[in-house]
Write a protein that binds this ligand. Structure first.
Ligand SMILES: NC(=O)c1ccc[n+]([C@@H]2O[C@H](COP(=O)([O-])OP(=O)(O)OC[C@H]3O[C@@H](n4cnc5c(N)ncnc54)[C@H](OP(=O)(O)O)[C@@H]3O)[C@@H](O)[C@H]2O)c1
Length: 250
């Protein structure tokens, strides 16, 4: 996609990958609006990046999305890119006891949020000469990690839904891009780094990920896999990696 001169809404843009993308895209000359639930986090990020705007939005809530779509499309009529980045990841162990609240939180944010954001913003995006919806999936969309059974499945959903949406919109001005990150050092699962250290794994540092993701976004491809996510997508998982996954999964 053209990564300059857009007006871009990034959900979950106050922290982690969303903040990294917001800052990198602002440096490229895009107008950026970040959105999330915690106003203090959004405020701090916007303050650190003069010119960046923010809006409080809970993507797990249909009413919140409707209200944000009405407000933001009238406040920012040039809005032409929506990055569905907000996501949550929970450890759920069916052998030890199912946590329905955690599962529903993942489903309402990672699945319903992505569906409703597309539906709510599409009428506006279709009025633009060139528009893009970017859905953030994961390498775990292609090979699940059993520790995150619902999360992995929600990301497989994002991959599948992005393919269908892309086809349905192929004769419109709206492109659909999927960006699949590998494991990146953020706050997504605070318990992950401690466990992973035991397993000899380490995340991709956020700045390196953002550089790689920006290169991918600047391409004309629809399915963007960054670093480790490429191997999972291609099924190019080595025996050693399978052994590591099996170890992690138990
Ligand atoms: N980090 C990784 O290893 C990794 C790998 C593959 C894919 N991803 C995906 O990348 C995306 C960003 O993850 P991250 O690692 O940057 O996680 P993060 O550091 O936990 O950030 C997630 C962001 O999403 C926002 N958010 C969560 N639930 C929301 C909701 N219901 N409504 C609006 N905003 C919400 C959070 O802000 P509030 O809490 O203030 O709402 C936060 O700013 C997610 O979709 C994640 O699944 C991450």
């Amino acid at each position: 996609m053209n990564i300059q001169g857009n007006t871009i809404l990034i959900t979950g843009g106050g922290s982690g990958i969303g903040r990294g993308l917001a800052e990198a895209l602002q440096k490229q000359g895009n107008k950026i609006i970040i959105a999330g639930r915690r106003e203090s986090v959004l405020q701090e990020t916007a303050k650190a990046n003069p010119g960046m705007e923010y809006a409080v939005l809970d993507t797990s809530n249909a009413g919140s999305i409707q209200a944000a779509a009405a407000k933001l499309t009238s406040q920012y009529p040039d809005l032409n890119v929506v990055i569905n980045n907000a996501g949550v990841q929970r450890v759920i162990d069916f052998a030890a006891g199912y946590d329905d609240a955690a599962a529903q939180e993942e489903i309402s944010t990672n699945i319903s949020g992505v569906l409703r954001m597309a539906a709510a913003f599409l009428p506006h995006l279709r009025t633009k000469a060139s528009a893009t919806i970017v859905n953030i999936s994961s390498g775990l969309a292609f090979v699940p990690m059993a520790r995150y059974p619902v999360y992995s499945a929600t990301k497989a959903f994002v991959h599948s839904f992005s393919m269908s949406l892309r086809l349905q919109l192929k004769d419109t001005s709206v492109r659909v891009v999927e960006l699949a990150p590998p494991w990146v050092g953020t706050d997504l699962d605070a318990s992950h780094p401690e466990r992973a250290a035991h397993e000899g794994m380490s995340p991709m540092p956020l700045p390196a990920f953002i550089n790689a993701a920006m290169e991918e976004l600047a391409s004309d491809e629809d399915e963007l896999k960054v670093a480790g996510a490429k191997f999972l997508y291609a099924g190019g998982v080595s025996e050693k990696q399978i052994a590591t996954f099996a170890q992690i999964n138990h």
